[in-house]
Write a protein that binds this ligand. Structure first.
Ligand SMILES: NC(=O)c1ccc[n+]([C@@H]2O[C@H](COP(=O)([O-])OP(=O)(O)OC[C@H]3O[C@@H](n4cnc5c(N)ncnc54)[C@H](OP(=O)(O)O)[C@@H]3O)[C@@H](O)[C@H]2O)c1
Length: 274
């Protein structure tokens, strides 16, 4: 029987590449996005049949997208919680609204999506939950404190959740991309506003010019690499929890594992801030 994947944030980048890759492998793909009617995407051009409205901060839209998917395909085999973006900049200059919105999308939205799907997974006696976190989901990067804390939350959520879902035959996995060439560092980057009277963070921001989030993205991996890893996670039949993607993500995890913490922090600082 043809399998069905349900993806959030499929309008661009990793979500779009993942929708396309699963579609090419013959899966039914429920590609959800905030504005399927207004925003023309590659998935429209490729003729994917199920482009469905879903904003992860809007529970009603989650439920109606699920109703659509289950009504049409009866079963959802895999949920890919991909929707997300980053608040970037010094924590002190991020507004409370920016911080709240970051968690509302990356954490609470993902949890609500998961909560809404679990009854279906339980009823069908199986399911696979794949959460797209980040290499910044277990490691902190300069000026990404708000974003990294949201992704650490999802890593903790996923790791803990796997135990209670195991006996229900529902598996949990995380995908941890390194730097990927998408809209993430452009329209999906919400810079903290810099409302402070003086700017005590000018120096670190200047040092970060060449770092993550500041124009060095031409060297990142292609979203298709993440799509293939998500597909592997969906089809390898394993209970493996974490899938780092890209040489940068793998290298940073390796260094974190082998170096004493102070050494690791100074290597990371040198690498990201020069
Ligand atoms: N690119 C990287 O280097 C990188 C690295 C590690 C992890 N990630 C993670 O990968 C995921 C995808 O990011 P990307 O790199 O593919 O960036 P992207 O191209 O900017 O895609 C982000 C997607 O999230 C959607 N989104 C944002 N808020 C949403 C909401 N409230 N409800 C539903 N969808 C929402 C966006 O929809 P709209 O089109 O409506 O804005 C867009 O489809 C994110 O979770 C990100 O944190 C990215």
């Amino acid at each position: 029987m043809t399998k069905t994947v349900f993806i959030t944030g499929a309008s661009s980048g990793i979500g779009c590449a993942t929708a396309l890759y699963f579609y090419e492998q013959g899966w039914n793909v429920i590609a959800t996005m905030r504005n399927p009617e207004k925003r023309r995407t590659l998935l429209h051009e490729k003729g994917l049949p199920d482009l469905v409205h879903l904003d992860v901060t809007d529970s009603a839209s989650i439920q109606s997208a699920l109703d659509y998917a289950v009504g049409k395909y009866q079963k959802i085999d895999v949920l890919v919680n991909n929707a997300g973006y980053a608040v970037y900049g010094p924590f002190e200059s991020a507004s409370p609204e920016q911080v709240t919105k970051q968690f509302a999308t990356n954490v609470f939205g993902l949890m609500e999506m998961t909560r809404a799907l679990l009854p279906y997974f339980r009823a069908q006696h199986e399911g696979l939950l794949i959460n797209v976190t980040s290499m910044g989901g277990r490691i902190g990067f300069p000026l990404y404190s708000v974003y990294n804390s949201s992704k650490w939350a999802v890593e903790g959520f996923s790791e803990a959740l796997q135990y209670e879902l195991k006996s229900l035959n529902i598996r949990v996995k995380t995908i941890e991309p390194g730097v990927i060439k998408t809209d993430f560092y452009d329209r999906s980057l919400d810079r903290s506003a810099g409302t402070l009277a003086e700017d005590p963070y000018a120096a670190i921001q200047q040092r970060a010019q060449k770092s993550l989030g500041e124009g060095g993205m031409t060297s990142g991996s292609e979203p298709a690499l993440v799509a293939k890893t998500i597909y592997r996670a969906a089809t390898d039949g394993s209970r493996r929890l974490r899938y780092p993607v890209g040489t940068d993500a793998k290298m940073v995890n390796f260094l974190r594992a082998v170096l004493p913490a102070p050494w690791f922090f100074s290597v990371l600082e040198k690498f990201t801030l020069g």
